[in-house]
Design a protein around this ligand. Structure first.
Ligand SMILES: Nc1ncnc2c1ncn2[C@@H]1O[C@H](COP(=O)(O)OP(=O)(O)O)[C@@H](O)[C@H]1O
Ligand SMILES: [Mg+2]
Length: 256
């Protein structure tokens, strides 16, 4: 049994959250933050209560995606720290406290920040908490799998590169070992040729990992980072709607 009182506090703070969706990938730069943000906006747009937690402690980006100025804004305190509300999404990030300064962290320090952030954040009642994860299966990812034991439905993000195949399938295998049911994989960015894309998706399907959506390379995306209104007008947002409804059917919130 743990003697860390924060563990009790974490369970209390998470108890009214119905579903957790960690957005994971084997490496960085494949679109986890983009997809976490768009998925959160989409779920909020169809009327669900949504929180978005940035767990990439050494490179938090969610606030930049949504145009939150962490130097000006501070989450309020009320029986815990309240997430910053933007476009009907409650956002929590270490960046609110570090003010975008560098945060080199390792091993036990990462675990400490994780526990601290989760034990202070008062999410209240939520249909979904989307977790923007660091790449791979590092300390924080393993913590998530430890603390979010119930109602956990990971969403895997992959590029359409041949290099993505083996590590993505390994990530999927690990999830199965942990008895987790991922919602599926989203292929993001559209690099390579159509035939390579087909090879990647067919390999995933053969391994039992369903491709539930593809997001094409969208040049406009970069220009509208920081503007949730404009983000909603991108091709990427249109493509995420399918993923959003799939997430809803897998987590049994609506019929498929
Ligand atoms: N479908 C896409 N089309 C164009 N640019 C994209 C797309 N998805 C992500 N990006 C860009 O790629 C970069 C990395 O994406 P990000 O979401 O930060 O990845 P990760 O969180 O996995 O490191 C960002 O600059 C983002 O704007
Ligand atoms: Mg990221």
């Amino acid at each position: 049994m743990s003697i860390d009182p924060r563990e009790y506090s974490i369970q209390m703070k998470l108890k009214d959250i119905s579903t957790f969706i960690p957005v994971m990938s084997y490496k960085g730069g494949v679109g986890k933050t983009t997809i976490s943000t768009l998925l959160s906006l989409c779920l909020a747009d169809v009327g669900y209560s949504v929180g978005l937690l940035d767990l990439d402690f050494t490179n938090p980006c969610v606030h930049r995606m949504l145009g939150i100025d962490v130097k000006k804004l501070m989450p309020k305190e009320e029986k815990g720290i309240l997430p910053v509300e933007i476009e009907n999404v409650g956002v929590m990030s270490i960046a609110f406290f570090t003010k975008d300064n560098p945060t080199p962290l390792r091993g036990a320090e990462l675990n400490d920040v994780f526990k601290e952030l989760l034990s202070i954040t008062a999410w209240g009642k939520l249909d979904f908490l989307i977790l923007d994860m660091p790449p791979g299966l590092s300390d924080v990812s393993l913590d998530v799998l430890k603390y979010f034991k119930r109602d956990l439905y990971p969403l895997i993000v992959s590029s359409s590169s041949r290099l993505a195949i083996v590590p993505t399938i390994n990530l999927f295998k690990l999830m199965k070992e942990l008895k987790l049911s991922p919602i599926g994989v989203v292929i993001n960015g559209g690099i390579g040729t159509m035939s390579v894309y087909r090879e990647v998706t067919e390999t995933y399907l053969r391994e039992g990992l369903e491709v539930i959506g593809s997001i094409e390379k969208d040049e406009k995306l970069e220009e509208v980072i920081g503007s949730p209104m404009e983000l909603r007008r991108t091709l990427a947002y249109a493509s995420i709607k399918k993923v959003c409804f799939r997430a809803l059917s897998t987590t049994k919130k609506v019929a498929s």
